[in-house]
Write a protein that binds this ligand. Structure first.
Ligand SMILES: *Cc1c(COP(=O)(O)O)cnc(C)c1O
Length: 430
């Protein structure tokens, strides 16, 4: 398997190169040269397979020999080792809870898989790799946890000062060891722009080996397709069409789902659910794409005005708007609607939605034809990660998982920095 840049199909890279570089030299995103078609017997047998087993079978097709089979098996078993249950509180609707990993967010899936791939490559070449990650919330802690204590790897996390929740900030800033948190005086898009500029800085890249760990890294994207296969396996005996609603910010999660469909997984359609940052729903409705400055919301991991995976979605559908609209609908909701549904679902069913899952649930409700369809919405974060807003909305105290509890009492250590590339570069070189 080779990977090309979404900006230039003639540039080709191995899986290893694509993982280490993160972003193609021309600023494009890595994309598989062709998508493997998975055979019917694999799809028919999915209900017998664990997430790790599914991961191994799917991932094999993407490695191009860069990771030995036994090592890949180890990576899958080790990274995909927490439950991803489908929980139902209402007929025909399932919440796929992807927040039972160490940082309580779905990004654990991709971050854990990627960290182990990269660690394998770093060991192989005995080189030091610096990982740059901009986060609007969850990415940071999932990445930091995935890499904590791994030899030959330094992690630098950039987050927008004052724009992540207290719990998220504690998760980012209390790990120490090979993890450094930079608190940037700017927005998430500013953080992302600093990271992008560093990757394009030839001078800097001569001096150090940089890699990304955002959803733009192909080793984060690929494993995010695994749980769509798992969901299908768990629900297929109900013999109904599956509709999956994905709460989206940078659209890595959703793109992975669309890739799974293209590899042969029978999902009827996807819903791109988001908050008021609705450039993708707008594109789906009008055929015109226009990135915007991000607007703050209570589902802040989706406050993205220029989603990085949009180029991959366009590559996947060859920029064919009618074709993408066959597989994908857009939905957008404001904070009031989000809060209202959180309150209602808690009151009616006793189920606690986090603000992101709530947006996905709203998108599903709008689009689901319950007579012949089953709906899955993705719960991307444990509600306790957004404890202030969740408790305020449902007017009830909620339980905090032990992992989150322990980081709340540790001392925050971060480096404050203006939104300035020179300062950032100087820091990296020091
Ligand atoms: C990152 C994140 C999202 C958005 O995922 P993308 O892959 O960037 O679209 C949604 N919900 C939560 C809780 C997240 O952390």
């Amino acid at each position: 398997m080779k990977y090309y840049s979404t900006k230039n199909k003639d540039l080709k890279f191995s899986f290893k190169d694509a993982v280490i570089k993160g972003l193609a030299p021309d600023g494009g995103l890595f994309y598989p040269k062709h998508l493997p078609q998975l055979n019917k017997s694999f799809i028919d047998n999915l209900h017998n397979l664990s997430l790790a087993e599914i991961g191994f079978e799917v991932a094999k097709h993407f490695m191009g020999g860069d990771i030995p089979t036994n090592k890949l098996k180890e990576i899958c078993d080790d990274s995909l080792n927490f439950p991803t249950p489908l929980v139902s509180f209402e007929p025909s609707v399932y919440s796929m809870e992807l927040f039972h990993g160490p940082s309580c967010a779905f990004k654990d899936v991709g971050a854990r898989f990627m960290s182990r791939c990269l660690s394998h490559f770093a060991q192989e070449s005995d080189e030091k790799i610096t990982i740059l990650a901009a986060t609007s919330g969850d990415t940071g802690s999932a990445v930091a946890n995935g890499f904590l204590g791994i030899e030959n790897i330094e992690v630098v996390i950039l987050y927008p000062s004052g724009k992540v929740s207290q719990i998220q900030e504690q998760q980012l800033t209390t790990l120490g060891n090979n993890i450094t948190a930079l608190e940037i005086d700017g927005s998430f898009d500013d953080c992302q722009a600093l990271v992008k500029q560093a990757f394009q800085d030839k001078d800097l890249n001569k001096k150090m080996k940089l890699s990304s760990a955002n959803s733009i890294n192909i080793a984060r994207l690929i494993p995010q397709s695994f749980y769509y296969f798992y969901a299908y396996g768990q629900l297929k005996n109900q013999n109904k069409n599956l509709v999956i609603s994905v709460p989206s910010g940078n659209y890595g999660n959703l793109t992975a789902g669309l890739i799974a469909k293209q590899m042969g997984l029978p999902i009827k359609r996807f819903i791109a659910s988001t908050n008021v940052n609705k450039v993708v729903p707008d594109y789906l409705n009008t055929g015109k794409y226009e990135s915007k400055a991000s607007i703050p919301s209570i589902s802040n991991a989706m406050d993205v005005g220029a989603p990085s995976n949009f180029d991959r979605m366009m590559t996947l559908y060859q920029e064919n708007h009618p074709k993408i609209c066959e597989d994908l609908k857009g939905a957008s909701f404001n904070d009031e609607q989000t809060k209202e549904i959180m309150r209602k679902v808690y009151k009616d069913f006793g189920y606690i939605l986090d603000p992101h899952g709530a947006v996905a649930y709203l998108g599903l409700q709008e689009e689901l034809d319950t007579t012949n369809e089953l709906g899955v919405f993705i719960e991307t974060a444990h509600p306790a990660k957004f404890i202030d807003i969740v408790e305020e909305v449902i007017e009830t105290q909620i339980d905090i998982p032990n992992y989150l509890k322990s980081c709340l009492t540790k001392e925050k250590i971060s480096i404050q920095m203006p939104n300035d590339y020179q300062d950032f570069k100087t820091f990296l070189e020091s």
